[in-house]
Design a protein around this ligand. Structure first.
Ligand code: SF4
Length: 263
């Protein structure tokens, strides 16, 4: 069975950059990788496809066309299979439900989820509603990771995600810090990870190279393979591929969370 992971975290915290760089780093190591973007922005795979935007399953479903594998599964960097699910139209429908419907269709017409070593779900926002946990509930995800910075709001979201995961009795396999340059950031996130019963898997420093490469349509793994930041993503990819165990997280109460951000 492939490793099926989801990366959760507050919107805008860098989930897509992390997901695509981890995907590229794993592909470099010879793994077969599939990335499934579940965000309405559909930008999870864009940096694996040299800046090309691919059609989303939900858009094609809405158009009512007879969807074939070639319409929705695209080969990206080193054979990474790129799929974008898309999102609901504002005010209509549920993203969670849409994800399930789109994945059932995908499974019918393609073996991209089965014939692979790693599936990465790049999931939208934080897990505050029932809809967004649909992939976990349906058993599409067997490992969850949380991405945060050391600031209060992303940590608050990360803690909410832990609440959601513990309610679902789903394990948390690691916390990743995507630095925003907050004071004592590594210490704060590492302490947070420890207190919820997990561990800090990587500290990704703020590096303008990530945005520069993204603007050109590439991951740093592809465009700047010898950079320091590429090495950080490679190390993270290795940790994820080597990870087997996880623990059901124990969320913190709000006062402890606030205290943490002041250390
Ligand atoms: S349940 Fe969640 S995913 Fe579904 S419509 Fe509401 S907010 Fe969106």
């Amino acid at each position: 069975m492939p490793k099926q992971i989801a990366i959760y975290g507050k919107g805008g915290i860098g989930k897509s950059s992390t997901a695509s760089n981890v995907a590229a780093a794993c592909a470099d190591e010879g793994y077969r990788v599939t990335i499934i973007g579940c965000d309405p922005k559909s930008d999870s795979s864009i940096t694996l496809l040299q800046g090309r935007r691919i059609p989303t399953i939900m858009d094609l479903m809405r158009e009512g066309i007879d969807i074939k594998e070639a319409d929705i599964v695209f080969n990206g960097y080193k054979g990474v299979k790129c799929i974008e699910i898309g999102g609901p139209e504002p005010g209509i429908g549920c993203a969670g439900r849409g994800i399930i419907v789109a994945i059932s269709l995908l499974k019918k017409i393609s073996r991209a989820i089965e014939d692979t070593d790693l599936v990465i779900y790049d999931v939208p926002g934080d897990i505050v509603c029932g809809g967004f946990v649909a992939p976990v509930k349906k058993g599409l995800v067997n490992e969850a990771y949380v991405l945060t910075s050391g600031e209060y709001m992303p940590l608050y979201a990360a803690n909410n995600i832990c609440k959601g995961l513990s309610r679902l009795e789903m394990t948390l396999n690691g916390v990743i810090c995507n630095s925003r340059g907050a004071l004592n950031e590594e210490k704060i996130v590492s302490e947070f990870a420890k207190e919820v019963g997990s561990q800090l898997l990587a500290f990704i420093p703020k590096d303008v190279l990530v945005q520069t490469c993204e603007r050109d349509g590439y991951s740093v793994i592809e465009k700047a393979p010898d950079s320091q930041i590429a090495a950080v993503y490679r190390k993270l990819a290795k940790s994820i591929m080597g990870k087997r165990d996880g623990k059901i997280p124990v969320p913190l109460d709000d006062s402890r969370l606030r205290e943490l951000t002041r250390i």
